[in-house]
Design a protein around this ligand. Structure first.
Ligand code: ADP
Ligand code: MG
Length: 206
């Protein structure tokens, strides 16, 4: 069972969006997927409740129970787990980091997000792990994405080769209780998530 944790100490960077979309991409590829929501705001869990599809299984849990929930997921045959973490809880972020085979830090190309990744990287270092930044909600026009990638070099962390652009499908799919691959299977957002999922699988050897 492989565990991918999506973490950031900042809210609104795309943790939940990437979590639900990567988890659904895996489910559509017939993986046994569990999406664990550590955020007390339960955004991923509420999205799960609003869906008709039974996949991915979405489990809301608090950080101290993460180990038990992961154990149960393994016993139930899960082969892929995505953890959506909570921004304002250091313990939840650390628990997600410690449990992970792959740690992704979503970051939008804005100075506020770029500054905030330092706090998240501190926790990753504390746990003696490494993380990869995923540029999210990159404007389709202009050079902000490249400028952000340049600025991230300072933190000496890798950046995922796949960028996720700013696309309305990511917002619209949520109200429909869908992921972008279900909402607009042939859309650009779906293609980007498909690429990010493939890259993720390669990283964790799934
Ligand atoms: N790539 C994207 N393009 C457009 N909107 C996005 C994108 N990623 C996230 N969003 C929107 O940004 C907001 C915050 O995203 P969310 O995933 O909830 O962040 P977090 O979980 O880090 O707080 C949501 O309204 C979401 O729909
Ligand atoms: Mg969230």
């Amino acid at each position: 069972m492989k565990v991918v944790s999506i973490v950031s100490r900042k809210g609104g960077v795309g943790k939940t969006s990437l979590s639900i979309n990567i988890a659904t991409a895996a489910a559509l590829k017939k993986k046994e997927v569990a999406l664990i929501d550590l955020d007390p705001q339960c955004s991923a869990a509420k999205w799960g409740d609003s869906r008709e599809a039974e996949y991915p299984a979405v489990i809301s849990c608090q950080a101290p129970r993460l180990e038990n929930v992961l154990e149960a997921a393994k016993e139930n045959g899960a082969d892929f787990v995505v953890i959506d973490s909570a921004p304002h809880s250091e313990s939840a972020t650390l628990a997600a980091i410690r449990a992970a085979d792959l740690i992704l830090i979503p970051c939008q190309p804005s100075i506020l997000d770029l500054r905030a990744i330092a706090d998240t990287i501190d926790l990753v270092n504390l746990a003696k792990k490494t993380a990869t930044v995923v540029l999210n909600a990159v404007p389709t026009r202009g050079s902000l994405g490249d400028e952000a990638a340049e600025a991230i070099k300072e933190y000496k962390v890798p950046i995922a080769p796949v960028r996720i652009f700013e696309r309305t499908a990511f917002v619209r799919c949520l109200s429909a209780g869908l992921a972008v691959m279900e909402y607009e299977p042939k859309g650009k957002a779906a293609e980007e998530i498909s690429q990010l999922y493939k890259w993720t699988c390669k990283q964790v050897k799934l």
